[in-house]
Design a protein around this ligand. Sequence first.
Ligand code: DQQ
Length: 539
Amino acid sequence: SIASERYRTAYHFQPPKNWMNDPNGPMYYNGIYHSFYQYNPHGALWGDIVWGHAVSTDLVNWIILEPAIERDTPGDINGCWTGSATILPGGQPIVIYTGGDAENHQVQNIMLPKNRSDPYLREWTKAGNNPVLQLVGPGFNSSQFRDPTTGWIGPDGLWRIAIGAEVNGYGAALLYKSEDFLNWTRVDHPLYSSNASGMWECPDFFAVLPGNNGGLDLSTVIPEGAKHVLKVSLDQCDKYMIGVYDLKRDAFSPDTVLDDRRLWLKIDYGNYYASKSFFDSKNSRRIIWGWTNESDSSSDDVAKGWAGIYAIPRAIWLDSDAKQLLQWPVDEIESLRGNEINHQGLELNKGDLFEIKGIDTTQADVEIDFELTSTDDAEPFDPSWLLDAEKHCREAGASVHGGVGPFGLVILASDDMEEHTVLHFRVYKSQQKYMILMCSDLRRSSLRPELYTPAYGGFFEFDLEKERKISLRTLIDRSAVESFGGGGRLCIIARVYPVALADERRTHMYAFNNGSTTVKVPQLKAWSMMTAQVNVKKG
Ligand code: DQQ
């Protein structure tokens, strides 16, 4: 229907139709970016999973190819699930992925490109010795054993990978070693495990240098001073720990161990799961890709004929204090910026609503700097709020007056404001530092029933003594709203389905302030975004 076309994203990747979930095996190889994805060739709900395949030279425009692998061997007859790519010395790409076998055990399989001189690597061959890994033994659960990582080389010259598992009911990243990437043995201790949670899906393990956005290749020597990040997927979100990879123990050791997993940092505080990163040797950066599900109902998805998008690929690096990751949409996305508007020297007093006009409000890239005129009225921060930032976003919503904030952006607003989505900040004082609340509040985003419309949110630490400006960048793409707060300190991607959008009615965008402290906007820039070629199919 027309409505479902209006909700389709114009520059967030999605296949031409059907269901898509986790990003798989991302890599840059011989001038081409490869994106594989969990894909149901038969419909808009999860099932019959194969690896969809798309290629790009710029991470913006994509060519959709035939699926790279289908369910046709005993080791993957129930599904070709998530896995990762590694480029072996000499330029041999190799993929390890999870298969569901006929008994519903999860096993690991290998596949290789059939012809390395095909620039798109269209055809893939499964290894003769598949499945290369199975899990048996006390405490293990063969139906909770999946999602192998990209490989890295240890000091002994052997390859290593980690695999998500549940051991005695607890989350673990199991560690495996191999000489040739085909024959693997389990190391008797995990890379890391924790009794703070159950099953870990989609582990990702990578090295980062504090304050350096250059990106590190896992399979080369890791420089002195590097930290490691372990990301795992659970509780509908992607959480991570920063620590060190202790080469003597051959194990990850987090800088801070948090027993309550609600306190673990998140890659994104919205609708984002199963992310996977890779080293981009073209531009020397690490890029992370995540899956954003629909927030409408399954029957809506069947009616639309499609479900699932990817967040914009983001550069990801470690902050200079080594306490959190920073993320920013890849620069390439700016090639879609069209018509630009620009405002300088705005001032937002308590209750002000400033309409941002002159761009396509349904397909836009918006960058705003909010400069605080004072922090005197910042209310005290209560650390218990960290346990449930969404609750705090519901209670301290955009219409609740505060000391410093709420201020931010109202988007996809209907003429009468009956429908609107809000992105906002609020500033709190916590001993020597400031804590910023960032929310993406979907509660009034649509008049349609049966939608999941939470107020997503999180807190980040910010040095307001050093920097008085808090930036907000929001990528609006029809049903996708992806926001970056404080220069990439906190990210929230969300899905919204306003009736006004489906009806092709005008929607409005405003900057606002509802705090008693005046907020200046020294710079506001916004662009209409053009439509990327993400739906081109080539046989
Ligand atoms: N999705 C895959 C699994 C993975 C899960 C199956 C995470 O391999 O654990 O589609 O979304």
